[in-house]
Design a protein around this ligand. Sequence first.
Ligand code: MG
Length: 309
Amino acid sequence: MTIAMGDPGAGLERLDPRFDGLVLFNAGLERLADGFRWLEGPVWFGDHQCLLFNDIPSNRTLRWSERHGVTPFLDPSGFANGQTRDRQGRLIQCQHQSRSLSRREHDGRTTVLASDARGHRLNAPNDVVVKRDGSIWFSDPLYGLLNDYEGGRQQSEQPPALYRLEPDGGTPEAVATDFDGPNGLAFSPDEQWLYVAESGAPGVAAPRQHIRRFRVNDDGRGLSGGDIFHTIHPGWADGFRVDEHGNLWCGAADGVHVIGPDGVLLGKVLVPQRVSNLCFGDRHHSRLFLCAATTLYALFTNTRGAAGP
Ligand code: MG
């Protein structure tokens, strides 16, 4: 069953009864701002009631608030992609141009947290999440090195990998290396599982494109497993977040796919443009902010994001 939401191409597609409890029949998809090039990296700052997000090709980090709309935040942004906040509330950014992970201090200075691993420069950090113990986990695929549009073509020095970094940076430790293109990532609410989107190697006939699920080891540092958890159709998954019930809200070609903790596709929020990444925010952490190609959308839901940005 699909419920239209006003905008052409917007709607709710229910595939499992559990979807009904997660969405609101009378909440429409709101178009907050448009005219961008390729949006990414949404992160909510509850203390400022604002969203930070990136327009990667424009080399800018932008700020949206209900009151002021979109205003510049960082220009240039280092072609920043995925973003999150650490346990002290500081902004953590994946930056394509410098091939690094950086932290913006409370006074506005920038600290590079990681730029090398395994004796070589990182590729182009893509997405990042912070665990409750303060450790920083990020994906490092090749995508950001492959064209001039998202930061400038550069030579890769090592294969893609998934890394764990100490809260104050240093040398990241590779926690999974059997990836063609690690992308979005998020922990389950109890942090016993780490989900990672694998969006495949570019130009390959049958790319590996699915969401994998890793068990977090008891020491909280390493991973085991990594089996396929869910395969997205159509296309591939990019960024995603987990709600308070452990459901995955996943950016995809036709909108947002909501996947239960058992791997079942519960339903879709149909969006007129590809959703690259999303986050929960607003006062109750129940409003979904969607970075969708050239447009920033929002949708009030009937669930809340799991703790954290
Ligand atoms: Mg991504």
